[in-house]
Write a protein that binds this ligand. Structure first.
Ligand code: HEM
Ligand SMILES: [Cu+2]
Length: 566
């Protein structure tokens, strides 16, 4: 493939006419059917929610700095951790990777002009915003103090604004279902000519598995919160034993959605990591099919383990043993992914650019999160660790150490495609550093606190826990610093960043073949998938950004086969 000089210049330039500025005007944004614009609107929405949820987290940590009451009373504290959890789960992390990055990137990676149902896509954003408004309404009218899990019968009897918050969750569910449905049909119907299932990028495989869960599990949550609202509003006894209901039933319903939901959170994160590991190792994905199918395996087994949240809630011993066993099984496909990522890096041409640093942070933190999940899946251990800070540490290692690190990796990887410009890489490294260190300082201490018996959801505690709580709170300030630096250089880069060109990293998936930022209809010519997404041993792409090693060259990576030197 000999590129002409003119082609090369164009591929290194900033695309003056692009989806960001054509068509112009606020109305063209609010009524847009362009998946990239909708994805960007989602991006700003989820980042606002990450900020809001982060403020509540910092307040919770601030109160926990000392064992006694310092700033807020018990009721306010309960509201703060509930709002933190509910915002982070329902308004930030579930829509984050699929609805924001997935919306922007998935059609580009498939070589499609848009998603299958662009109007449904726009509708999903408005549904999301409506849900967010209900959540905000709840926050300003007495808020909620039940924890993000809304366990009955407390949630049907507390005098806080449970109905508006559960209504928010109900509405947000539909936006999630719309996105999932759209992706399923898009992946089936709109792949570029030549793109067979096994030539799809692994990001697409991951979003496909995620979409299955979104479509199948979310309706269960919707029904659960409707029943909760009926009980609260009309006094129908479903969950409250005082009215003849069964509180354990609520927990079954809730976790039947919410365990699969943790895979709605982590599968897209894993999917991003697959892209990063191959791109920055310049190597074919080791065990591509295993990595692809393991996403489906996780999605399916994820439906059968919800009872591990209820080992102490009253279920038969037999069901506890079965849930425990299946929980261990989920570790297998996750382990397959980790091993294949490591094998992909082995003998690769690794470059340590910012997205890859986030991928390393993910590998390290998610592995800790996953392994401590196995502790909790063992019934005898969980009896002791249930509802302690060990659990808080575990799910933060998975959700924040896993999904949020992957999200940050994805944002930094696709940022130059989305805006056509590159961020300041020095500052980006500082940001990774502070977030990584801050994260471990904040949350590793909580594993220790948990094993020593510190319960979760308390604003006062015994003096023996103080030092570890203090360290954890200081960690949350380091996290704040890391994310503040990031916000600064990312916003700065939109206006002042260096031009990135079409393919700043030299990656091979189709989104890198169009200009940066892409035109409104994505591609000037219909792309054809000739090669696999990671055939670095067969094809080479020109690297269009001066900060990437091999700039201006078309670098051919090492062949997979090992040459024996004599
Ligand atoms: C900015 C960093 C973060 C800090 C400092 C932080 C801190 C905390 C604290 C102190 C609690 C209360 C624990 C308790 O007393 O039970 C908590 C709970 C929780 N956090 Fe975070 N968190 C952070 C990020 C996140 C993220 C990114 C997510 C999800 C994506 C998340 C999800 C949750 C959930 C679901 C709960 C449980 C709430 C509940 O008990 O109802 N957190 N967090
Ligand atoms: Cu679970």
């Amino acid at each position: 493939m000999a590129a002409t000089v003119a082609d090369t210049k164009a591929s290194m330039a900033y695309a003056e006419v692009n989806y960001l500025n054509e068509p112009k005007g606020l109305k063209s944004w609010l009524l847009t059917l362009d998946h990239k614009r909708i994805g960007l609107m989602y991006f700003f929405a989820i980042m606002t929610m990450f900020f809001l949820g982060g403020i509540f987290a910092l307040l919770v940590r601030l109160e926990l700095f000392t064992p006694k009451q310092d700033f807020f009373g018990a009721d306010t504290y309960n509201k703060f951790f509930t709002l933190h959890g509910a915002i982070m789960v329902f308004l930030f992390i579930i829509p984050s990777i699929p609805a924001a990055l997935g919306n922007i990137i998935l059609p580009l990676q498939l070589g499609a002009k848009d998603v299958a149902f662009p109007r449904l896509n726009l509708a999903s954003w408005y549904v999301y915003v409506t849900g967010a408004l209900f959540a905000i309404y709840s926050m300003v009218t007495n808020a909620v103090d039940t924890g993000w899990t809304f366990y009955a019968p407390y949630s049907t009897t507390t005098n806080t604004a449970v109905i508006s918050m559960t209504m928010a969750v109900f509405i947000l569910g539909f936006s999630s279902i719309f996105t999932g449905l759209n992706f399923l049909v898009t992946i089936h119907k709109l792949r570029a000519p030549g793109m067979t299932w096994f030539k799809m990028p692994l990001f697409v495989w991951g979003l496909y598995a995620t979409a299955l869960i979104q479509v199948l599990a979310t309706p269960v949550l919707a029904i659960t919160v409707v029943l909760l609202m009926l009980e609260r509003g009309l006094g129908i006894g479903i969950f409250d034993p005082a009215m003849g209901g069964d509180p354990v039933l609520f927990q079954h319903f809730f976790w039947f959605y919410s365990h699969p939901a943790v895979y709605i959170m982590i599968l897209p994160g894993m999917a991003i990591i697959s892209e990063l590991i191959t791109a920055f190792s310049r190597k074919q994905m080791f065990g591509y099919k295993f990595v692809g199918f393991s996403s489906l395996a996780i999605a399916l087994t994820g439906f059968m383990v919800w009872g591990h949240h209820m080992f102490t809630s009253g279920q038969s011993e037999l069901s506890a043993v079965i849930f425990s066993f299946i929980t261990f099984l989920v570790g297998i496909p996750s382990g397959i992914k980790i091993f294949n990522w490591l094998a992909t890096m082995y003998r690769g041409s690794i470059t340590l650019q910012t997205p890859m640093l986030w991928a390393f942070a993910f590998l390290f933190l998610f592995t800790i999160g996953g392994l401590t999940g196995i502790f909790l899946g063992a019934i005898s251990l969980d009896i002791h660790l249930h509802d302690t800070y060990f659990v808080v540490a575990h799910f933060h290692y998975v959700m924040m150490g896993g999904t949020v690190m992957a999200l940050m990796g994805g944002i930094h990887y696709w940022w130059p495609k989305i805006w056509g410009r590159m961020y300041n890489e020095k500052l980006a490294r500082f940001s990774v550093f502070f977030v990584f260190v801050g994260f471990n300082v904040t949350f590793f201490t909580q594993f220790i606190l948990g094993t020593r018996g510190m319960p979760r959801r308390y604003y006062q505690y015994l003096e023996q826990y103080q030092t570890l709580h203090e360290i954890s709170t200081v960690g949350s300030w380091l996290l704040l610093l890391g994310f503040a630096i990031m916000a600064f250089y990312l916003i700065h880069s939109i206006f002042k960043g260096k031009v990135a060109g079409n393919n700043p990293w030299g990656a091979l998936t189709l989104e890198w073949t169009t200009s940066s930022p892409p035109p409104a209809h994505n591609f000037e010519r219909q792309p054809i998938a000739v090669n696999g997404p990671y055939d670095f041993d067969k094809v080479a792409a020109e690297i269009t950004y001066e900060g990437t090693p091999g700039f201006g060259e078309t670098v051919v990576a090492k062949k997979e086969t090992t040459e024996v030197k004599h």
